[in-house]
Design a protein around this ligand. Structure first.
Ligand code: PLP
Length: 406
């Protein structure tokens, strides 16, 4: 009889979003007149910009003409997109990246999950707490996480790095402990925190010393506003020999429904005598058949002059929402983090109120839906995540409602 991957049986249910949906549905059913505003949503709401739409229309037309029709594309992405990424996302910030170090994909979520394919199961994995759950669950599926403990909300073999107000929500390098795969996400989901150059340098130095690999998720890079915040791990000296970076067009340009992202694996990155760039290329060419031509043309359009301006307008729209939430809640006397270089605001619940209790209070008294911080890991307890991806008017109203109940 066939054997299944029993690691899947160890996974707890995806409790967070189903529990939010359950509580929201129950409240709406009992209070059909309530007009809920959702500040829990992690998806974009603004449409694709005109430059992207124009490029995609032109690409669709090409597909309908014999001479310009395209079938399977290169698994790693078309040169026009890889070159544009190297030029605009890296060279423009003083980082040299060869086009063949860039692998275009259908999402940072898939890449963050799939990257585990090229690493052994005995590696010790370090994750932030709170954390984007994909890093944890995909390692559990691969058998690298050990056993899940319902009581603590932790996996036995994962190394959790608490990210708290005390350390500025930026994890510190483990002392006297070897970790092999290190997931870092800056700007961070869910806390909205960033890491400065010195903090990232400490990680790069650690990884190079012990032979670890940093998996750096920069999905929210476009939201950075402060000049001294690094946009890429590759701005840090030494990163080319120890880091892989994930980026996405999802939040940068509204591609959540379009699907386009990329992963950077430098040529110098070698472990066990093998080039990780070659391993990832082997993995991608075997298991992935590339992002649609039309989508890649749309993605490349964000690097044109018009595209850059239009994409920035949308980012600015969300950044204004973030400022409205952050400043509004601060005025109300609440302690808030994030929202300056990220679309996420990490709100400390008043008087040590547990996350889920404060979630219920905001739902029932303000009719505002949020995300309880406890759902992102034990250190998220006592926090609520708010997002800036909603409409401007609804966001402003939600903030007024929350202020009114406090
Ligand atoms: N990485 C982080 C930290 C995210 O929060 C998300 C989406 O919410 C992703 C990656 C997924 O990006 P993509 O849409 O490219 O799969």
């Amino acid at each position: 009889m066939v054997q299944i991957n029993e690691n899947y049986l160890k996974l707890p249910g995806s409790y967070l979003f189903s529990e939010i949906a359950r509580r929201v549905a129950a409240y709406s059913e009992a209070n059909p007149q309530a007009k809920l505003i959702k500040l829990g949503i992690g998806d974009v709401t603004r449409p694709l910009c005109p430059a992207v739409i124009e490029a995609m229309h032109a690409a669709v037309d090409e597909m309908g003409v014999q001479e310009t029709f395209r079938g399977y594309g290169p698994e790693q992405g078309y040169d026009f997109l890889r070159d544009a990424i190297a030029k605009h996302d890296y060279a423009a910030r003083g980082v040299q990246m060869a086009a063949d170090e860039i692998f275009v994909s259908d999402g940072a979520k898939s890449d963050c999950g799939n990257i585990g394919d090229i690493f052994g199961t005995d590696n010790v994995v370090a994750v932030c707490d709170p954390v984007y759950p994909v890093y944890v669950d995909t390692n559990a599926m691969a058998g690298r996480a050990g056993e899940y403990d319902e009581k603590t909300g932790k996996w036995s073999r994962l190394h959790y790095m608490p990210c708290t107000a005390e350390n500025g929500f930026s994890p510190v390098v483990p002392e006297g402990k070897q970790v092999d795969l290190i997931y870092l996400c800056f700007p961070n989901n869910p806390t909205g925190a960033t890491a400065n150059k010195a903090q990232l340098q400490a990680w790069v130095d650690y990884a190079n010393t012990v032979g670890a690999v940093i998996l750096f998720d920069g999905a929210y890079e476009a939201f950075i506003t402060e000049p001294d915040v690094p946009h890429s791990i590759f701005e840090i000296p030494g990163a080319r020999t120890c880091a892989i970076e994930f980026r996405s067009f999802s939040k940068t340009a509204g591609f959540t429904g379009n699907r386009c992202a990329y992963t950077v694996v430098p040529h110098e990155l070698e472990r066990g005598g093998a080039s990780l760039n070659r391993l990832w290329n082997r993995r991608q060419t075997t298991k992935f058949n590339g992002v649609p031509y039309v989508v890649q043309r749309g993605a490349a359009a964000i690097y044109t002059d018009a595209g850059k301006k239009q994409v920035q307008e949308t980012i600015s729209y969300y950044q204004k929402n973030a400022a409205v939430i952050r400043e509004g809640l601060q005025t109300a006397g609440l302690t808030v983090y994030g929202g300056v270089n990220a679309p996420y605001i990490w709100l400390k619940t008043p008087d040590g109120c547990p996350s889920w209790d404060f979630f219920d209070r905001l739902l029932q008294e303000a009719n505002v839906v949020t995300t309880p911080g406890a759902g992102f890991g034990p250190s998220g307890e006592g926090y609520i995540r708010l997002t800036a991806f909603g409409g401007a008017a609804a966001t402003a109203e939600a903030v007024e409602r929350v202020k009114a109940i406090l």
